[in-house]
Write a protein that binds this ligand. Structure first.
Ligand SMILES: *[C@@H]1O[C@H](CO)[C@@H](O)[C@H](O)[C@H]1NC(C)=O
Ligand SMILES: *[C@@H]1O[C@H](CO)[C@@H](O)[C@H](O)[C@H]1NC(C)=O
Ligand SMILES: *[C@@H]1O[C@H](CO)[C@@H](O)[C@H](O)[C@H]1NC(C)=O
Ligand SMILES: *[C@@H]1O[C@H](CO)[C@@H](O)[C@H](O)[C@H]1NC(C)=O
Ligand SMILES: *[C@@H]1O[C@H](CO)[C@@H](O)[C@H](O)[C@H]1NC(C)=O
Length: 401
C-alpha cells in the first residue's frame, strides 16, 4: 500500500469491490545464517522469511512482535510503519512509548483487492522487540490500532488483512512523529545485517521468500539489472512496453509490492488500453483533500484467455550508459486477472488513476504493485542506492519453503 504524503492532491472513487478473506495458512521456517564468521564480536546476519500471497493479493510473512508470536504481517515496500490490528499486540517487558508521542494517523491508498480505495487508521505508538527470520530489532517503532475508516470502499470488519502490516521503506514515509525507521532500515542502520539488501523472491505460485541482508544467489538466474534509486525512496525510472516494444519512456515508477494491482497515470493507462483494444471505464469521485480536483480512475475488462503482454523495461533508455542494454520484464500472464467475472471476462490488473499526480513530480507516477513481482528477483540495495531486477531460477518458487 502506498502511505499518502501531504503532497497527495487527489482523491478518487473505486471501480469495484469484492470481499476476499485471506484465509490460507502457511508455515514459516525461520533460520539463522552467520554470513561473517570472522567477526567475533558482532556476527552480522542474513535471514530468509518464507512469504505467501494471500487471497487478498497481498504478500504476508510471519513475525514476532513483543510477546505476540506468529504474527502474520503484510509485506509492504510502499510504506514504513509496522502497525498491528486491534487485539493482536502483546507488549513485552521491553515495551516503551515512542518518543512520548502516543498517537498516529495514517492514510493508505490501494486498500481493496482491486488495488484502489483509501483507509485512514488511528492508534498509539510504542517501541518493542520485532523478530523475523532470526533477525531482531530491539526498539522497533510500531503502532497499535484503535480505529479505522475506509473511504470509497465499503467498510470492512477489520483494519488490515492478516494481523497487520510491516513497511520496508525509509523514515520519510513514516506516519509517526518524528518519522521512524522501518524494521529493515533499523537492521541496516544497526549494522545487524551483512548487507543492506532486501530481496523479494515472490513466485508465480504464490509462495516466495523475503531475504534480508544478502543477495540469495542460489535462487537467481543470471545477473541483476540495476537501476538508480538516488534517494532510496524505492522510486525509479523505467520505460513501459506492450508486446515487448517500448510505448512510454522515462516513466516514474514507485516500487510498491503492497499494492494489489499496477496503477499508471490516467493518460498513460488510456494509451495502453487503446493499444490493446480495451474499452476503458473511467469514473470520477470527490476529492476530500481538494474538492476542485475530482479523483478519476480507469479500469478495463479483457478476455481472460488472452492476457496482454505488458512489461517494464530497465534501465530507462534515458538512463542507459554507453554500451549498456535495457531489459524488458513482462508481467507474468499468470497474474493478469484481478477478478474473474466468468464468461471469459476479467478485470485488468492494470488500472489508471490521477491519485498519484501530485506524487514524485507533476507528471504522475506508476505504482508497481505485486503482480509485477511474480516470478522475478527484486533486490532493494540501500548502500548502492539501486533496485535490481533479475530472473528466478524457478519462477514459481513453489518449493521455496
Ligand atoms: C510462525 O513462526 C513461529 C516460530 O518462528 C512458529 O512457531 C509458527 O508456527 C509460525 N506460524 C505460522 C502461521 O507460520
Ligand atoms: C490518543 O488516542 C486515545 C485513544 O483513542 C484518545 O483517548 C486520545 O485523546 C488521543 N490523543 C490525542 C492527542 O489525540
Ligand atoms: C483519527 O483521529 C483524528 C484526530 O483525533 C480524528 O479526527 C479522526 O476521525 C480519527 N479517525 C479514525 C479513523 O478514527
Ligand atoms: C525524464 O523525466 C524527468 C521527470 O521525471 C525529467 O526531469 C527528465 O528531464 C526526463 N529526461 C528526459 C531525457 O526526457
Ligand atoms: C465484464 O464484467 C464487468 C463486471 O461485471 C461488466 O461491467 C462488463 O460489462 C463485462 N464485460 C463483458 C464484455 O461482458
Amino acid at each position: 500500500m502506498a502511505a499518502l504524503s501531504t503532497l497527495m492532491l487527489v482523491w478518487y472513487s473505486i471501480c469495484g469491490f469484492a470481499y476476499a478473506a485471506a484465509s490460507k495458512s502457511f508455515t514459516i521456517v525461520s533460520h539463522r545464517e552467520t554470513a561473517d564468521a570472522g567477526l567475533l564480536l558482532r556476527k552480522r546476519q542474513t535471514g530468509s522469511l518464507p512469504s505467501e500471497l494471500g487471497k487478498s493479493l497481498y504478500w504476508f510473512g510471519n513475525f514476532s512482535v513483543g510477546n505476540a508470536e506468529s504474527v502474520r504481517l503484510l509485506i509492504d515496500t510502499g510504506s514504513t510503519d509496522l502497525l498491528m490490528n486491534k487485539g493482536i499486540y502483546k507488549p513485552s517487558k521491553h515495551e516503551k512509548p515512542y518518543k512520548g508521542h502516543k498517537n498516529f494517523t495514517i492514510t493508505y491508498e490501494g486498500v481493496n483487492r482491486a488495488g484502489f480505495g483509501f483507509e485512514t487508521l488511528n492508534g498509539t505508538t510504542m517501541t518493542d522487540t520485532v523478530t523475523a527470520a532470526g533477525l531482531t530489532v530491539a526498539n522497533q517503532a510500531m503502532g497499535n490500532l484503535l480505529s479505522y475508516k475506509y473511504f470509497d470502499v465499503p467498510q470492512l470488519p477489520y483494519a488490515m488483512q492478516g494481523d497487520g502490516i510491516i513497511g520496508f521503506a525509509g523514515p520519510g514515509s513514516s506516519s509517526f512523529k518524528p518519522g521512524a525507521n522501518s524494521w529493515f532500515w533499523n537492521l541496516c542502520d544497526n549494522k545487524a545485517i551483512s548487507q543492506c539488501k532486501l530481496g523479494l523472491l515472490f513466485g508465480t505460485s504464490g509462495k516466495g521468500l523475503t531475504v534480508v541482508g544478502k543477495l540469495a544467489k542460489k535462487y537467481l538466474k543470471g545477473d541483476l539489472i540495476t537501476v538508480k534509486d538516488p534517494n532510496n525512496g524505492y522510486v525509479i525510472k523505467g520505460d513501459i512496453t506492450v508486446d515487448n516494444k517500448i510505448v512510454l519512456k522515462n516513466q516514474t515508477i514507485i516500487m510498491d509490492v503492497g499494492t494489489d494491482n499496477i496503477q499508471g497515470p490516467l493518460g498513460a493507462t488510456r494509451k495502453i488500453f487503446k493499444l490493446l483494444g480495451y474499452e476503458g471505464h473511467e469514473r470520477s469521485g470527490p476529492n476530500l483533500f481538494d474538492p476542485s480536483h475530482p479523483v478519476k480512475d480507469l479500469t478495463a475488462f479483457f478476455a481472460c484467455d488472452g492476457p496482454p503482454t505488458i512489461g517494464f523495461s530497465f534501465p530507462a533508455e534515458v538512463e542507459l550508459k554507453a554500451g549498456q542494454k535495457a531489459r524488458n520484464f513482462n508481467v507474468s500472464p499468470k497474474v493478469w486477472d484481478v477478478y474473474d467475472h466468468g464468461k471469459n471476462n476479467c478485470t485488468s490488473i492494470l488500472g489508471g488513476t490521477n491519485a498519484l499526480d501530485g506524487e514524485e513530480g507533476s507528471g504522475g507516477a506508476w505504482l508497481l504493485g505485486q503482480p509485477f513481482y511474480a516470478g522475478y528477483y527484486i533486490d532493494f540495495d540501500l548502500t548502492a542506492k539501486t533496485i535490481g531486477f533479475g530472473d528466478l531460477i524457478d519462477p514459481t518458487m513453489a518449493s521455496s519453503t
